[in-house]
Design a protein around this ligand. Structure first.
Ligand SMILES: [Cu+2]
Length: 68
């Protein structure tokens, strides 16, 4: 499980985009977005750097907060 801060995530549309980007990498990924906190928790075997790269390309730079 990786927790990202995604400052540019502003509405449900952004969340949908982020979910689509992550599910393209891993259809089985579990994603929990918190719009208020602008954080996204992602559970997937995909590498953090790969997730960040894909999200950045989609317009949502993501900072890793913690990984467990
Ligand atoms: Cu939006």
């Amino acid at each position: 499980m990786a927790n990202f801060h995604v400052p540019d995530m502003g509405c449900g549309g952004c969340v949908s985009t982020i979910e689509r980007v992550v599910k393209k990498l891993d259809p089985e990924a579990r994603i929990a977005a918190d719009l208020g906190a602008k954080t996204v928790a992602i559970e997937t075997p995909v590498a953090v750097a790969t997730l960040q790269d894909a999200l950045k390309k989609a317009g949502f730079p993501a900072t890793l907060q913690n990984a467990a």
